[in-house]
Ligand binder design. Structure first.
Ligand code: F6P
Length: 365
């Protein structure tokens, strides 16, 4: 028996720990595991590397690199967003390459799981997905590999910015990743003690965003004379660039800033960008990645296909796995729930938005 594993889409901290877990499960069961380099692109280009090596007596051992990489961020196998894979012809070539394997473990986010589902539907490939994305936008699971580390990084960097902001009595707009999902921004804002969170799901126009930030800064510094810093988290999905936002807020507040009620206050912008995605995985991401991949590899070996492992410590739904906190959901269902999360119609998404709306006044105290 021979399995393949790949990481795909944006990397997320913990992906390497998931690959290590898969290699260990395979080695323990006398199964060979091969890593596909650079996601689905590697399938099309025939880029493979063995992740287990035979021990001579039918047993296998994980290669050393799986151990060394497990505690690092990024993906040692490499990852990619593969354009050719969006076309049926590209997927047919990938399915051909996968004939050499008995199953494929896909670690990645929405696009990667969509590709895995298509491989199963169109070509009967045995696939199991492991949710990996910092964005926290994958349906049917309470979290994904990388979310925890990304949030810890956001909080740490906001704390640093707050130090220098307080020293100068400044307002900062800090942009965090999340092109389609505002979760990192919402959750990061609460944990960093920010004064406001701006995210795409609020569906505000550029003008409204500028006016809101200006008013928040004015109100915060004038209502509380001891106020030392204002921190606004902005999700990448809110289209106005950070620098433009700050420029326009400066224009709106010009009279106050220049000798008026906000004299001495200045406003700055920082885009955290890919700093949020890199870095060694937290304890929680290592644990979750290892257990999702442990259960996922076992499921693949047990003949499951077209499913994703979900981290649901409290939850029910889905099918059981060897791990009591991990459940299996059909990829079709996962992708449908992911779509609803992103277009704002899922119950989970609605609850998040309602909570943020209720918390808006509290954040801005
Ligand atoms: O999907 C993960 C993510 O990190 C998003 O939050 C972000 O918008 C995107 O990837 C950035 O992708 P890239 O690294 O290709 O610029």
């Amino acid at each position: 028996v021979r399995l393949a594993v790949l990481t795909s889409g944006g990397d997320s901290p913990g992906m390497n720990a998931a690959v290590r877990a898969a290699a260990r499960v395979c080695a323990a069961q006398g199964v060979a595991l091969v890593g596909v380099e650079r996601g689905y692109s590697g399938l099309l280009e025939g880029r493979f590397q063995p992740l287990t090596r035979p021990q001579g007596d039918g047993r296998h051992a994980p290669v050393r690199e799986t151990e060394l990489a497990a505690n690092l961020g990024g993906s040692f196998l490499g990852t990619a967003r593969c354009k050719a894979f969006y076309e049926p012809e590209g997927r047919a070539r990938a399915a051909e390459a996968l004939k050499a394997f008995d199953g494929l473990l896909v670690i990645g986010g929405n696009g990667s799981l969509t590709g895995a589902h298509a491989l199963h539907e169109e070509h009967g490939v045995h696939v199991v997905g492991v949710p990996g994305s910092i964005d926290h936008d994958i349906g049917c699971t309470s979290t994904a590999v990388g979310v925890d580390t990304a949030l810890n990084s956001i909080v740490e960097m906001c704390d640093r910015i707050s130090d220098t902001a307080r020293a100068h009595r400044r307002a900062f707009v800090v942009e965090v990743m999340g092109r389609h999902s505002g979760y990192l921004c919402m959750a990061g804002a609460v944990a960093a003690g920010a004064d406001a969170a701006l995210f795409r799901e609020q569906q505000r126009s550029e003008g409204e965003v500028v006016a809101e930030v200006a008013e928040l800064i004015r109100r915060s510094f004038t209502r509380d004379r001891d106020k030392q810093r204002v921190l606004v988290l902005k999700a990448e999905g809110v289209e106005i660039p950070c620098t433009k936002l700050v420029r326009e807020v400066n224009v709106l507040l010009a009279d106050d800033l220049d000798g008026g009620a906000l004299d001495g206050v200045s406003i700055r912008a920082t885009v955290l960008g890919h700093l949020v995605r890199g870095g060694a995985p937290s304890f929680r991401d290592r644990l979750i990645a290892s257990r999702l991949a442990f259960a996922g590899t076992q499921a693949l070996l047990a003949g499951q296909s077209d499913v994703m492992t979900a981290w649901l410590p409290q939850g029910d739904g889905g099918q059981r796995t060897v791990d009591y906190n991990v459940r299996l959901f059909g990829l079709g269902e996962v992708l449908e729930e992911t779509r609803r999360l992103l277009d704002g119609t899922s119950a989970v998404g609605q609850q998040r938005l309602e909570l943020m709306a209720k918390g808006a006044g509290v954040l801005a105290l």
